[in-house]
Ligand binder design. Structure first.
Ligand code: PEP
Ligand code: MG
Length: 575
């Protein structure tokens, strides 16, 4: 039996057969060939192309007829790319001219193609580089005779399996929403990466940042994923499997107990009302939001509508997605404008740009830079506001100047809609996410101009402590209780209070029941989280007495010692 540890997500246990999706990057060999070997080397290259074509058609034929159209369209894109002269013809030319091996010739041209896409202005075309990488790595696998464990599984193949992958992008993970997978394990990644956030919303246990997962876990072997301990167990005997089955049953029992609180109002023992809202990624998540009795949508991460497709969704398509959410949630829906960039790329994969994408053209910066992407979204959101209470929240604000530009764009969009005779809420509330320390420090300035603030702790912690949230090597430093983080949260809550506007928290910290009482003590009254976290947070609220919490919170805020803070937060949980 072998147990490996990483960062756990979710409290559950999954027991199932492994589906190994990706191997770690392989070394591409480089060697010279004799002139007499040119013919056989070119043949070898062409056979690898043909094998790749056959494999793609095979995957296509296995996709069920009722699968979403996107599941087929990526195969069509790959088949088209196989016909690109830089992939189909140029490598053969290079083999002839440079007398080099096929793998190296292919690498040279695929790199040129990746670089070409990478330089493009249009974010959709830029993301095509990930398709080039996918397709060329398939050809390389065929050249190197690497057994195909499939890098792109069709939906049915993953049903009931534990997915093991070197890395999963949010774009990959969001596709799991339609597939009944049991759990997943990745070599890379941190617990607040978007991939991990999606695992939580899928209600499946996962372990990320488990280096060597793809090396040690064999395709098809039975594995246990323990989300709470962040462990994966291989080669377990019946006795161990039984113990895990018992724990699985315990987790289910506990969940049922919490479900009994479903209809209770989130009110503290001393009668203070708290709001519990849901974070959603796709309209389908509304089922979970309604089941957990969320009192509204506090964060609709619209960027997921833009992933796994070749073109951005049209205004009409976006309007239809936003309307579905608004119609299903009678209370307020907060739609966040596009937060693409950093780890959320339209076609998955990580940016290989050597500059740090988390500090680059992301979120509101990207939207202001690409009005062609931003305006249709604003029109769609505004139109949805005619159907029910909608608020707009803008991600990653760092200066008031950006806010001015956003206001201008919204004003222009409203005018366009008036001209078109479309209905919308003229008074639609506009809020800002506080996720950059600059915004938290100036929260009072932002609060004067906005209708509400929403604290995005995932990014706020990343940027305050200078820790990339997807980099597991620095993950041990990721600390929601760091005094600097707590002070920025407090500054924001107080600024909102002073300006008389609501302050929500929608980062993962809001859904972590260990921090509920501390946040209540700091003055937070609106929490937005993955719907699965609502019952546990609600239980803490029902137990809490707000008359006792602010003093404790103040003591914690005044303490600079991390261990003492942790002990005090644990003690506070019992209040
Ligand atoms: C956050 O940063 O806390 C947040 C809610 O936004 P996201 O996780 O989508 O970056
Ligand atoms: Mg964020």
């Amino acid at each position: 039996m072998l147990t490996l540890y990483g960062a756990g997500i979710g409290k559950g246990i999954a027991i199932g057969r492994a589906f190994v999706m990706q191997r770690s990057a392989v070394e591409i060999p480089q060697y010279s060939i004799q002139a007499s070997e040119i013919g056989s080397e070119v043949d070898r290259f062409q056979k690898a192309l043909e094998d790749t074509r056959i494999q793609l058609r095979e995957i296509e034929s296995q996709i069920p007829a009722d699968a979403p159209p996107e599941s087929k369209s990526f195969i069509e894109v790959y088949l088209l790319m196989l016909k690109d002269p830089l992939i189909e013809q140029q490598p053969a030319e290079t083999i002839r001219e440079k007398l080099c091996n096929a793998e190296w010739a292919l690498r040279k041209h695929s790199k040129a193609l990746v670089d070409t896409f990478d330089r493009m202005q249009d974010p959709y075309l830029r993301e095509k580089k990930n398709d080039v990488r996918q397709i060329t790595s398939r050809i390389q696998d065929n050249l190197l005779h690497i057994p195909k464990q499939s890098t792109t599984a069709h939906p049915g193949q993953l049903e009931g399996r534990v997915v093991i992958s070197h890395d999963l992008s949010p774009a990959d993970t969001v596709q799991f929403k339609n597939q009944n997978i049991m759990g997943f394990v990745t070599d890379l990644g941190g617990p607040t990466s978007h991939t991990a956030i999606l695992a939580r919303s899928l209600k499946i246990p996962a372990v990320v940042g488990l280096h060597g997962a793809t090396r040690y876990i064999r395709h098809d072997e039975v594995v246990i994923v323990d989300g709470k301990r962040g462990a994966i167990v291989m080669g377990a005997d019946e006795g161990v499997l039984d113990r895990y089955r018992e724990r699985q049953a315990y987790v289910i029992r506990r969940k049922r107990e919490l479900d009994e609180l479903r209809d209770a109002e989130p009110v503290t023992r001393d009668g203070q009302t708290v709001k519990l809202l849901a974070n959603v990624e796709l309209p389908d998540d509304m089922r979970a939001a309604q089941r957990s009795r969320a009192q509204g949508v506090g964060l609709f991460r619209t960027e997921y509508l833009f992933m796994n497709r070749t073109e951005p969704p049209s205004e009409q398509e976006q309007f239809s997605a936003y309307s579905q959410v608004v119609r299903r949630m009678k209370s307020s829906v907060t739609i966040r404008t596009l937060d693409l960039g950093a780890d959320k790329q339209v076609d998955g994969g990580r940016s290989e740009d050597p500059t740090n994408p988390a500090l680059g053209l992301r979120a509101v910066r990207l939207c202001l830079h690409e009005p062609g992407l931003f305006k249709p979204q604003l029109r769609a959101v505004l139109r949805a506001s005619a159907l029910g209470p909608v608020q707009v929240v803008v991600p990653m604000l760092s200066s008031l100047n950006e806010l001015d530009q956003v206001f201008d764009m919204i004003a222009e969009t409203k005018e366009e809609l008036r001209q078109r005779g479309e209905d919308f809420d003229e008074e639609i509330p506009i809020g800002g996410m506080v996720e950059v320390p600059a915004a938290a420090v100036s929260a009072d300035l932002f609060a004067r101009r906005l209708d509400f603030l929403s604290i995005g702790t995932n990014d706020l912690i990343q940027y305050t402590l200078a820790i990339d949230r997807v980099d597991d090597t620095v993950n041990y430093l990721y600390d929601p209780l760091h005094p600097s983080v707590l002070r920025l949260i407090k500054l924001t809550i107080d600024a909102g209070e002073k300006a008389g506007i609501p302050v929500t928290m929608c980062g993962e910290m809001a859904g972590d029941a260990r921090y509920t009482k501390l946040l209540l003590g700091m003055g937070l009254k609106i929490f937005s989280m993955d719907p699965t976290s609502i019952p546990e947070v609600k239980r803490k609220i029902l137990e809490a007495d707000l008359r006792r919490l602010p003093d404790e919170a103040e003591k914690i805020m005044a303490c600079g010692d991390g261990n003492a803070i942790r002990d005090m937060v644990v003690a506070m949980e019992k209040l």
